[in-house]
Design a protein. Structure first.
Length: 260
């Protein structure tokens, strides 16, 4: 909805592409000013150029979510550029598609430090700044449909998304977070047509067959689009969700409603 985020400013991590970019675009179209925080600074700058071309107020900050100081710098940049900090979408994540007997210690460390550590530090610094401002705010974390179910092909990724769901719920009921008037929720996307999924498909013996198989498991016969998840992010970040806290919103086309 146009104007839903008017006057608000915030940070989206992993925003150079995929869901992060779609989120930044949707938030910007709703009136927000957005910091595009991404590990790839060059891609972040390109994303900002595309956003500005769509009429969005945005700036880029090279951000490594594994580094607490880097996340804090992105938040500080938001305050410096736009005068406030009202939301964060902790979206940056990595997926290594190896089952239990093939995953390496390095892959475990990478996924855990980005998918869980990055969300934790984003939440912590967001609460600190929002509490100091005294206006409250909204935190939206990217979990996944595999926060509710198991996928044997990606067990560590599944574990990290369970952790994001647990962290979201724990912070939502934390008295200190509540006293700061900060809401904490998460979106739980199904498979989306994003570069992350493209890389996963490409790692399989027959990428085209894998993609077709994934499409087929959804009730409507297709994966989701990043913009469809981004619309849920805008709702959770906005004042329209003022009494929504600790929620995990599936945006999965009905996949989790199935048994077989």
């Amino acid at each position: 909805m146009s104007g839903q985020m008017a006057g608000k400013a915030g940070v989206v991590t992993g925003a150079a592409q995929g869901l992060g970019f779609a989120s930044a675009l949707a938030l910007g179209r709703a009136g927000a000013s957005v910091v595009v925080a991404d590990l790839d600074g060059a891609k972040a700058e390109l994303a900002v150029a595309a956003l500005v071309g769509e009429g969005v107020t945005a700036t880029a900050v090279t951000t490594d979510v594994r580094d607490p100081a880097s996340i804090r710098a992105a938040i500080d940049a938001c305050v410096g550029a736009f005068g406030s900090f009202d939301f964060i979408h902790n979206n940056a994540g990595v997926l290594v598609g190896h089952p239990l007997l093939d995953v390496t210690p390095e892959e475990i460390e990478l996924m855990w430090s980005v998918n869980v550590g990055g969300v934790f530090w984003g939440c912590r610094h967001a609460v600190e700044v929002m509490r100091a401002q005294g206006r409250g705010g909204s935190i939206v974390n990217t979990a996944s449909m595999v926060a509710f179910a198991g996928d044997p092909l990606i067990p560590i990724y599944t574990a990290t998304k369970h952790a994001v769901l647990g962290l979201t719920r724990a912070l939502a009921v934390d008295p200190a977070v509540a006293a700061a008037r900060v809401r904490v929720n998460c979106v739980c996307p199904g498979d989306m047509d994003t570069p992350m999924n493209d890389r996963y498909f490409d790692s399989t013996p027959d990428p085209a067959a894998t993609r077709a198989e994934i499409h087929a498991v959804y009730p409507r016969g297709r994966m989701g689009e990043p913009a469809e998840v981004a619309a849920a992010v805008v709702f959770l970040a906005s004042d329209a969700a003022s009494f929504v806290n600790g929620a995990a919103l599936p945006v999965d086309g009905g996949l989790l409603a199935k048994v077989y």
